[in-house]
Design a protein around this ligand. Structure first.
Ligand code: FES
Ligand code: FES
Length: 162
């Protein structure tokens, strides 16, 4: 019989809430978010670091959560799509994606919104090149990207005007 794999204790803050968790060292960050914390807005599209559907912010930086072990996030602050909304109000990025029709099936959208947040936290006047670079790791199979870029611009304007 195979030996049980010892679990490791980690602490993470997810969407502002501290958690103490036990994880096997082989557990991916995306599995921990979806299966232990029930935060299923972080999607798995490929599991091979290609699609970006699993993108979250880790200490403010966009990472592909299928490409990190949960233990590597010990001590980190993580933001998932569920953490964008505040007090029942959608984040300006969420509103902009709706208003600009920046999604169709929506599978890529949580990851793209978090990559957008990383960009807009440093640059509220992004050029098209800045936007293309910011979501270079996110694949959308439905929209053709034009409305995603519109949504990103609309979100930048809305945050600037807030
Ligand atoms: S599921 Fe992580 S990059 Fe596709
Ligand atoms: S909206 Fe369907 S994959 Fe992007």
């Amino acid at each position: 019989m195979p030996e049980a794999i010892a679990e490791v204790a980690i602490r993470v803050t997810v969407n502002g809430k501290p958690h103490s968790l036990q994880v096997e060292p082989r557990v991916l960050l995306v599995e921990m978010l979806r299966e232990q914390l029930d935060l299923t807005g972080t999607h798995v599209g490929c599991d091979t670091t290609y699609c970006g559907a699993c993108t979250v912010l880790l200490n403010g930086a966009a990472v592909k959560s299928c490409t990190m072990f949960a233990v590597q996030a010990d001590g980190a602050e993580i933001l998932t799509v569920e953490g964008l909304e505040k007090d029942g109000q959608l984040h300006p990025i969420q509103r902009a994606f709706g208003d600009a029709y920046g999604l169709q099936c929506g599978y890529c959208t949580p990851g793209i919104m978090l990559s957008t947040l990383q960009l807009l936290s440093k640059n509220l006047q992004p050029s098209e090149t800045d936007m293309r670079k910011a979501i270079a790791g996110n694949t959308c199979r439905c929209t053709g990207y034009q409305n995603i870029f519109k949504a990103m611009q609309m979100a930048a304007q809305s945050i600037k005007g807030a």
